[in-house]
Design a protein around this ligand. Structure first.
Ligand code: HEM
Length: 248
């Protein structure tokens, strides 16, 4: 394969310039990025909007954070830049907390390459499959305390600043050498969308969740984004647990 220009700093050029890459595995790498970043972020957003729709206090805090950023930067309608997104600590915490309860990759299975022994002495032989359950871990008292079932963005904040946890405690993006390569990009995609919507719309639940898990699986939860500017102009979005957003 021809060696493309080495003076480009984007990721694809970097991968392509490596001698170990053929055109075939470059296509695989690009496909991997596209697939890995699509359903994951949309699923995260779906559950996030649904959780926030049940918590007007969280919605209000998100809006306050956006408004105070707008005041300090003296901007009004522009899309937020990287620096502003970095300042959105409460929004970051709210999305992170939503993924603790509803991780887009709920369970992950890996195959062991060589015989190994885990830190607790468990032996894992070459070729064995090992799974960990991120969804269950996010709801364990031993890990997150007695309020583990509560949607509580504040647990991620220290003096108003987002404080990350060990990825081994919060393996939503996996941990170790094969951890998600698109984690930062995922937040850069999710935060502006959330900020854009909350700045303009108020979230209302159309169909309440009556606790029937089967119904939740079969029917979409309807969320309504009510324009903050014109009360009678409604934008209705149907948000399905599988991550699809229907715009009526
Ligand atoms: C909320 C969004 C996301 C979540 C929760 C997430 C989660 C994960 C998880 C759990 C893995 C490990 C999978 C495994 O064990 O095979 C992974 C891998 C990966 N993710 Fe993400 N991801 C997200 C978004 C993205 C985005 C936006 C991109 C890129 C545009 C991306 C690129 C990748 C790649 C390339 C890998 C493979 C890394 C490797 O095997 O070395 N992800 N992600």
């Amino acid at each position: 394969m021809e060696n493309p220009s080495n003076n480009k700093s984007d990721l694809i050029s970097h991968i392509a310039s490596s001698d170990q890459h053929t055109m075939e595995n470059l296509v695989d790498a690009v496909t991997n990025f596209m697939v890995a970043g699509r359903e994951t972020t949309s699923t995260a957003m779906t559950w996030f909007f649904w959780l926030v729709s049940t918590r007007p206090d969280v919605e209000e805090n998100i809006l306050q954070e956006i408004r105070s950023l707008r005041n300090s930067t003296e901007t009004s309608n522009e899309m937020f830049g990287y620096d502003e997104l970095r300042e959105m600590n409460y929004l970051h915490a709210s999305i992170t907390e939503a993924m603790r309860l509803y991780p887009p990759v709920a369970i992950d299975t890996l195959s062991c390459k060589e015989d190994d022994t885990l830190p607790d002495g468990t032996v894992v032989k070459k070729g064995w499959l090992v799974s960990y359950h991120t969804y269950a871990m996010g709801r364990m008292e031993d890990i997150w305390g007695r309020d583990c079932s509560e949607y509580k963005p504040e647990r991620w904040l220290e003096n108003g600043v987002f404080k990350p946890e060990s990825p081994f405690k919060y393996p939503v993006f996996h941990a170790g050498p094969r951890k998600c390569l698109g984690k930062e990009m995922a937040y850069v995609q999710m935060k502006p969308i959330a900020a854009f919507l909350f700045e303009r719309y108020k979230l209302e639940v159309v169909m309440e969740d009556d606790g029937d898990f089967l119904a939740l699986e079969l029917y979409p939860i309807l969320l309504k984004f009510v324009s903050q500017a014109y009360d009678n102009r409604l934008s209705i979005l149907g948000v399905e647990p599988q991550g699809r957003i229907l715009d009526n």
